[in-house]
Design a protein around this ligand. Structure first.
Ligand SMILES: [Ca+2]
Length: 565
């Protein structure tokens, strides 16, 4: 058990003593908290918001979806809350995170294509107002722990510049779970931050699931829940590859012969325990009764790295249901209809208006949101204001060889990768991505990469347009595009309408100045504004001309020029 790092009382006691400098008993702590609450008057009606975003957890990778992976905590929290059973995210990390932070589709932020790469001078465009900014304006204390993956090429892109009071985590994610180093091609660097600085001092080489949970608990311990509402965005690195996990979690999955699935399952179990510890802390520190916990994966599972979306089609990085329909639930004492399933369409853009409204913030029209406030839909079972989802239009992903305007009835070029949901219907154009149905990979002596066990449909070859009734056919096994051309045309017209509102794609070429070797071995901002550049020039002049010989000075100057490009 996670808690078994140290006895529970010692664990929390340690945090408490760090906060006040003396060891306090549980009883004293509760009394202290109660007094503080009285001091500040009646507790606010603004709920504390804990948003847990998990990386790459597949639709099948939670106990209550029939998984071979045991997730007792998630099962219980979901069962006592509201399960979102028609819940959609984006197929990749940065896209989902950008939409969570802004409430806007990618066609409206310029991040339509792929993810933000480590070496790209790109980030969530600064003109977009973020969820933590809105909650901060509403009076919240805002904290982020975990994976950012929304760009960092200049300081203004960092989480602490985008609305978070504090940040502890990685700018990229998917690095080593213990060393917190991340390699991107030949470039490698350290990727753990405290605020805007590398967290060398705080790094004890802990497994990131445990480390991030400890940090989250520490934030809870150091904040007074009766004084100010708290927003915690806890974006775990788990359960993305690399497949690393403390050995003790593997023991319970000896029966899974596939080594990838076994490790992945153990990582999910560790995560489940982390959430258990987090909920204990929420209760202990007096948050729980006025807290909304949202749990969501950021995209579908990757079967090549142990994930499973069965029986959904496709995987992470595709617009098949396996890439975008995923695990999500809300747990809160504040929910009206606890213990229910919400089958209304909910999309990741909806969290922005939902949580800002819940937090008594303001939603100005100029935010141009694509999300809807779905709190009453989730909490009370009322009809959802959402009837469609633009999954995406990626105008620079045009790999469908047979795609054409003709195939799109002159309304749409079906070479373009696009996906749209309207009511029961889902339309896909272009190349939606890897399209097999991958059964749970638990069979013996079968290497995952052979894919021999997968199910394929040969009639998909050469196609550039598909239509499914997702309600009747959630596994996308019967293409209806030939049978219902009038619906296809309507959907294509809708796509074209959306496309008129799109902004240009921002997907710059990589910048070699991003290499961590020019930044003290750390992934971090490399683009300097004029003032920062002047300060750096002065520093170099003073330092190197005074203390280095001519040869080393010339070498350093060369590196500086390279940075300036
Ligand atoms: Ca992901």
């Amino acid at each position: 058990m996670f808690i078994s790092w140290v006895p529970l009382s010692l664990f929390f006691g340690c945090i408490i003593s760090q906060t006040w400098g003396v060891q306090m008993s549980w009883e004293n702590w509760n009394a202290e908290l109660h007094n503080q609450g009285n001091e500040f008057g009646k507790s606010s009606s603004q709920p504390h918001i804990i948003f847990i975003l998990v990386d790459d957890q597949g639709f099948r990778d939670v106990g209550y979806h029939g998984s071979d992976i045991k997730t007792p905590t998630l099962d219980r929290l979901a069962a006592e809350g509201v399960k979102l059973e028609n819940y959609y995210v984006q197929p990749l990390c940065s896209p989902s995170r950008s939409q969570l932070m802004t409430g806007r589709y990618q066609i409206h932020t310029g991040l339509q294509h792929s993810v933000i790469r480590a070496a790209q001078p790109n980030c969530l465009p600064l003109e977009n107002v973020t969820l933590p900014q809105k909650l901060k304006n509403a009076g919240y204390s805002t904290h982020m722990v975990g994976k950012w993956h929304l760009g960092f090429y200049k300081r203004g892109c960092l989480p602490t510049q985008r609305g978070f009071d504090t940040f502890f985590g990685s700018l990229l994610g998917s690095g080593d779970y213990y060393s917190h180093y991340k390699c991107q091609g030949p470039m490698c660097g350290y990727d753990l931050y405290e605020g805007e600085e590398a967290a060398w001092e705080q790094d004890r080489g802990l497994y990131s699931t445990e480390m991030f949970t400890q940090k989250a608990v520490s934030i809870l311990a150091n904040h007074n829940p009766r004084k100010q509402p708290l927003f915690l965005y806890l974006a775990y690195q788990a359960v993305h590859s690399p497949l690393q996990v403390p050995a003790r979690y593997l023991e319970r999955y000896k029966g899974i012969p596939n080594p990838y699935r076994r490790k992945y399952a153990a990582m999910v179990s560790c995560l489940d325990e982390a959430i258990h510890n987090l909920t204990l802390a929420l209760k202990h520190y007096g948050y729980y009764d006025n807290t909304v916990i949202v749990y969501s994966s950021d995209n579908g599972g990757q079967p090549l790295a142990g994930g499973s979306n069965w029986p959904l089609r496709g995987s992470k990085a595709t617009y098949w249901e396996g890439g975008i329909r995923t695990v999500g639930f809300v747990h809160s004492p504040l929910l009206m209809n606890k213990g229910t399933k919400c089958r209304s369409l909910i999309h990741i853009t909806d969290w922005f208006p939902t949580l800002v409204t819940l937090g008594e913030g303001t939603l100005d029209e100029d935010l141009n949101l694509d999300g809807y406030d779905v709190w009453e839909t989730i909490s009370e079972g009322r009809p959802s204001p959402r009837h469609d989802i633009l999954h995406n239009i990626d105008p620079i992903y045009i790999k469908a060889k047979n795609g054409s305007w003709k195939a799109g009835y002159g309304l749409w070029n079906t070479a373009i990768q696009a996906a749209l949901r309207v009511g029961h219907w889902k339309l896909l154009t272009g190349v939606p991505g890897y399209s097999d149905w991958v059964p749970p990979q638990t069979f013996l002596n079968q290497r995952l990469t052979t894919r021999l066990h997968n199910e394929r449909v040969p009639w998909d070859r050469g196609k550039s347009i598909w239509l499914f009734n997702i309600t009747a056919d959630p596994y996308e096994r019967v293409d209806l595009s030939q049978r219902y051309p009038h619906i296809v045309k309507k959907m294509l017209m809708r796509l074209a309408q959306y496309n008129k509102t799109a902004v240009p794609v921002c997907y710059p070429t990589k910048d070699l100045r991003s290499n961590p070797q020019y930044n003290g071995g750390v992934w971090g901002p490399w683009h300097k504004d004029v003032r920062e550049q002047q300060e750096e020039d002065e520093m170099y002049n003073n330092l190197f001309t005074n203390h280095l010989g001519k040869k080393r000075w010339e070498k350093k100057t060369k590196n500086t020029k390279l940075r300036r490009g």
